[in-house]
Ligand binder design. Structure first.
Ligand code: ATP
Ligand code: MG
Length: 459
């Protein structure tokens, strides 16, 4: 039983793998845009249908008609030969020549006997030649010579009779269906017109989708999204309305969170201020100094919560000189007594929210400075990406803790020992800000031995 299953499995798996490989290759060969893909989906069947119809028409219908026309001309010639050989004729064959010309539209001449010319080289694709040869052999069965090439609009046929040679000129249009060109051009012309109409309609259908995609993208990157009316097909309208509702709900929530935290911290700050004033009135003793420090720490924490709550609400993304921004951060770090190296390559102008982006990097650099002695910030802007590495030579963060440290209010033991005033919000805020720019932050081991924080932002 087991063996049967085992022997049956590999081929099926092989087929599935092959199919998957084929699908992947097709997917990578297809254009990526919705517009281009839709065009391919429309154009491919049209072209296939046209080709098949044209092929069937040319092969079957056109050929049959041509064969019939040729057969009819050859039948007329056969009748002329019968008349020539059955009935006595006038000396110059005037009567039969006249009848052939008037009634059958053939120009004939009866010549004295003699050898037929040697057959010339046949054009490779001459369907006409083949049809004629077949029909003459079938209906007349005498030696013949044909020339379908010589004179462009005439076909010449010579047939060896018992006593004479019959020479016939037929008009080319008499012998085969020449309207295929009209048919093909009509087909192509109508297709082009229909495709143009389809493309115009398709454009109108796809525009709302592209617009929605752009709006979702902007919203994800924290840019302001102007209101726009749902347009296009029902499903697209529904998605657009759903997006608007979602956006409103998210905005409302952020507003509520901000209002609440701002309210709470304002109230607390008022009390703290009162506290400090009262402390100032008490005589200067060691315990009072400690209390004052606690009050200051609490104040700083409140500022931190407020910053977290505020996020980067209200700030617009504008082209910003990131190189200069990094230098400012470097100077601030040096003032606090650390060694800071800054390097930037690529176009320094990037569209970011300057304050939010600076806070994001400052949080990372402050962490680095808190834990290490040396700090380096290396940034590159190329291929539509801004990448910033913040390295330090501190103790680093072990791999299994690299997710946890991003949680709000989480602080490592070492950090707590170094500095009690931290809130554990630095990395949470930094990641929030990076994500609101459409990017993210990851942590690694630094070449300096400590922690490397990498900020990647599409720019
Ligand atoms: N460069 C670093 N080297 C070693 N550990 C780090 C580094 N950066 C962050 N950590 C660890 O991650 C924790 C969370 O960092 P986060 O910036 O969120 O808070 P914090 O620095 O402790 O407080 P705050 O930033 O609010 O002053 C830190 O407590 C620390 O344990
Ligand atoms: Mg921090």
């Amino acid at each position: 039983m087991t063996t049967a299953v085992e022997t049956g499995a590999p081929p099926r798996r092989g087929v599935r793998a092959a199919y998957r490989r084929f699908a992947r290759r097709l997917g990578s060969a297809m254009p990526k845009g919705l517009y281009a893909r839709s065009l391919i989906i429309i154009i491919t069947p049209v072209v296939v249908i046209q080709t098949v119809v044209a092929f069937v028409f040319m092969e079957q219908h056109w050929q049959t008609v041509t064969e019939r026309l040729t057969a009819a001309v050859v039948a007329d010639i056969a009748a002329i030969i019968d008349v020539l050989e059955t009935y006595p004729q006038d000396a110059d064959f005037d009567e039969i020549t006249r009848i052939a010309r008037k009634r059958l539209n053939l120009r004939i001449a009866v010549r004295p006997p003699g050898p037929l010319p040697v057959a010339g080289p046949k054009p490779f694709f001459s369907q006409l030649d083949r049809n004629f040869s077949k029909e003459i052999t079938k209906q007349i069965g005498r030696p013949f010579w044909i020339d379908t090439v010589g004179r462009s609009n005439l076909v010449e046929i010579r047939i060896q009779l018992n006593d004479n040679v019959l020479r016939v000129f037929a008009r080319r249009s008499q012998t085969y269906a020449s309207n295929s060109f009209t048919f093909l051009s009509l087909m192509v012309g109508i297709s082009v017109i229909l495709l143009t109409i389809a493309i115009i309609f398709l454009r109108n259908q796809i525009r709302p989708i592209l617009r929605l995609a752009a709006a979702v993208d902007d919203f994800g990157k924290g840019r302001t999204v102007p209101d726009f009316a749902p347009r296009g097909a029902r499903e697209v309208r529904r998605a657009t309305s759903a997006f608007h509702e979602m956006r409103e709900r998210v905005d409302r929530q952020i507003e509520q969170r901000t209002a609440m935290l701002a309210g709470v911290s304002h109230d607390l700050r008022t009390i703290l201020t009162r506290f400090r004033l009262q402390l100032a009135l008490i005589e200067d003793r060691a315990e009072v100094g400690a209390l004052v420090k606690d009050v200051d720490d609490m104040n700083r924490m409140l500022e931190g919560y407020l910053a977290f709550a505020r996020g980067d609400a209200g700030e617009e993304a504008i082209p910003t000189d990131v190189d200069m921004l990094l230098r400012e951060i470097g100077n601030e770090t040096r003032v606090s007594g650390h060694e800071a190296k800054i390097a930037f390559s690529g176009d320094p102008i990037v569209k970011v929210r300057p304050q939010g982006f600076k806070r994001c990097l400052t949080n990372l650099v402050r962490n680095a400075a808190r834990h290490g002695d040396r700090v380096t910030v290396t940034a590159t802007h190329e291929d539509g990406q801004l990448v910033v590495y913040v390295d330090d030579d501190g103790p680093g963060v072990p791999p299994d803790e690299r997710d946890t440290v991003f949680k709000p209010f989480y602080r490592g033991d070492i950090a707590r020992n170094i500095d009690e005033s931290g809130t554990g919000l630095g990395l949470a805020i930094a990641r929030d800000l990076a994500r609101s720019h459409g990017g993210d932050i990851t942590l690694d081991l630094s070449p300096l031995g400590g922690l490397r924080a990498t900020v990647v932002i599409p720019a």
